[in-house]
Design a protein around this ligand. Structure first.
Ligand code: HPA
Length: 273
């Protein structure tokens, strides 16, 4: 058996020892958005540190645990705190929790993140439905021996973010009176924020938002056939788009400011997709 798959199976068995729960939808919470999980009907939580072989997250503002429970009637598994490539983990570890949620039975995945905007029409506090993504400097999580148990060697990525889910989310936001942009997310490695020249590169390449996560998880989830959608919380103008230097505090503050609306949107989205 492939070593990466072996590690996944070890983690899966470790989780299954503590909980017998079949999630339908998986949700990954981005920076500053983590407290959504505290408000659901929680059945059980499992700290990442309790799971044998699991990469544990170090970034401030991220709790590291799975939350199992219900959003209205929908059984969900939520990652409260994700693993980032910039923490130094191999990319296969970064996507391990995503794959694990898929192996636990979740067929749908909602990705969220905090992102800077490279689009002059967007402003901090906006939400952006991810239409597609671009990566720069970020290796594919599928590099290495293919895990045949999960998916094909050369998986199609022509519709990573489900058109079906996107049209439901668009309609949901409209009914709720939530302004929702739709654009391309660009993942760079971080942990440093981009230079103004890199932000211009993102814009030139067609990126509307830039961040340090999500696309890698989407690739891994798509490889295993999950249906995916993604929503970015635009927390700041990307470097060089304003006179101000970037500060992680601003990211947290904006995420806090729009947190209530974000939670309401996510709840509706979970129920309708
Ligand atoms: N760049 C990269 N990642 C981010 C940003 C940004 O401007 N804001 C929040 N996450």
């Amino acid at each position: 058996m492939n070593n990466i798959y072996k590690k996944l199976v070890t983690c899966l068995e470790s989780v299954k020892k503590s909980i017998d729960f079949q999630p339908e939808t998986a949700l990954i919470l981005g920076s500053g958005l983590g407290d959504y999980a505290d408000g659901i009907r929680i059945v059980q939580t499992i700290d990442y540190a309790q799971i044998e072989g699991f990469p544990t997250s170090t970034v401030a503002g991220h709790k590291g645990r799975f939350v199992f429970g219900y959003v209205k009637e929908v059984p969900v598994v939520i990652m409260q705190g994700r693993v980032h490539y910039y923490e130094g983990y191999p990319m296969t570890d970064v996507v391990l929790p995503t794959r694990l949620m898929g192996m636990l039975g979740a067929r749908k995945l909602i990705l969220t993140n905090a992102a800077g905007t490279t689009n002059p029409d967007y402003k901090p506090g906006d939400f952006m439905l991810i239409k597609d993504h671009i990566v720069s400097g970020v290796p594919s999580p599928l590099i290495g021996e293919n895990i045949d148990e999960l998916g094909a060697r050369f998986p199609d990525m022509s519709e990573v973010y489900s058109g079906r889910m996107r049209s439901i989310i668009r309609k949901t936001a409209e009914e709720m009176g939530v302004t929702l942009r739709e654009g391309v997310y660009m993942q760079l490695t971080g942990p440093n924020y981009e230079t103004p020249a890199e932000v211009r590169m993102c814009r030139l390449l067609g990126g509307d938002a830039v961040g340090m996560s999500t696309a890698c998880e989407a690739m891994a989830a798509r490889h295993m056939g999950m249906e995916i959608c993604g929503i970015s919380c635009i927390t700041n103008l990307a470097a060089g788009m304003s006179q101000e230097p970037l500060d992680h505090k601003e990211v947290q503050e904006t995420a806090d400011r729009v947190g209530k609306q974000f939670k309401e949107l996510i709840t509706e989205v979970i129920c309708r997709i």
